[in-house]
Design a protein around this ligand. Sequence first.
Ligand SMILES: *Cc1c(COP(=O)(O)O)cnc(C)c1O
Length: 406
Amino acid sequence: MDIQKIREDFPILHQQINGRPLVYLDNAATSQKPLQVLEASANYYRNINSNIHRGVHKLAQSATAAHEQARETIAKHLNASRPEEVIFTSGTTDSINLVANVLERSGTIGEGDEILISGLEHHSNTVPWQMLCEATGATLKVIPVLEDGSLDQEAFATLLGPQTKVLSVNQVSNALGTINPVKDMIAAARKVGDVITVVDGAQSIPHMAIDVQDLDCDFFAFSGHKVFAPTGVGILFGKYDLLEKLPPWKGGGEMIRLVTFEKTTYNDPPFKYEAGTPNIEGGIALAAALDYANAIGMDNIYAQEKLLLDRATAGLSEIDGVKIYGTCPNKASVLSFLIEGIHHFDLGSIMDQMGVAVRTGHHCCQPLMSRFGITGTVRASFAVYNTEEEVDAFIAAVKKGAMMLS
Ligand SMILES: *Cc1c(COP(=O)(O)O)cnc(C)c1O
């Protein structure tokens, strides 16, 4: 694979930070956008910007066609059985809130019921479920995290039961990189009964091929911006029969069939869940981003990132006082660590002075940080456009920081 050629697609990477070449290793927070995506956004506004659906004029028809074409591209990427299973949202957070809210409105969750998440979850796959529990009297249960950052599957088996109504877990942890066996977990949940299964795919979508039919999940949520697309657009995949059965959440334009002041009837999925004018350009750009990723190949992306992760892990392991958080063998390209006696923020700041962009802090996973008795980590996260030279610059920056701060 020609990484230099891929890098040419990302204009933002070719700049100096504090007099040094930018080494962007904050991809788990947001990815950079290739020219192909920037052009899809610009092309939309330059040539076809118009509000979608119900348009009698040509521009509205072009915008509608591009929007619905994007939905089809995204459905195909996820291997959804039909495009109507793809709902445009503003991101993972919005998608998970949508599921929690429609479950609340459906009236099927109540006292004695349990919502099962894991100790690895992002706040956006935690707080909406806590809110659902507060509203319904259900109880939140948490699958514990083992020392190596994997989920305790034995504990999971004992937590599952007829009282379990929802299982919502991430496929890849944004804080530790752990890849969770969500397919097996969903299968286990299906065995105990009528469990709604939700996958937070925010960190798996950039790194691996996704097949929602193979996972057999009821819902799959992700954000565009983590996979080369703009912020403000995301997806909720939902199985069609569930989407038909469940009530809508937000009310407004697009989601209705017939409105009178006495009663409103609702549109079919996915429109039932898409109140108001969506991020039209964002959806089109997201389809372009997935096309871009597929042109490289998800397996090639995974292999390149694995190479970088292994090199970085080996380099870090040689530095005195380094402790890596998340050491299970099945990991995506996220590397979280601390150096004994050094605050994550201080180390991150020195690395920034050397042009190396990493994230420090709790990574929206405060309960997980508490589990390890820490307030945060330094996190490097790799994308396909990162190089081995950049990994070496990262290791050099960590060494320099460790020397200056200890
Ligand atoms: C980024 C992220 C989220 C939240 O995504 P938003 O784009 O902020 O809505 C949720 N879960 C995981 C695992 C993430 O990495």
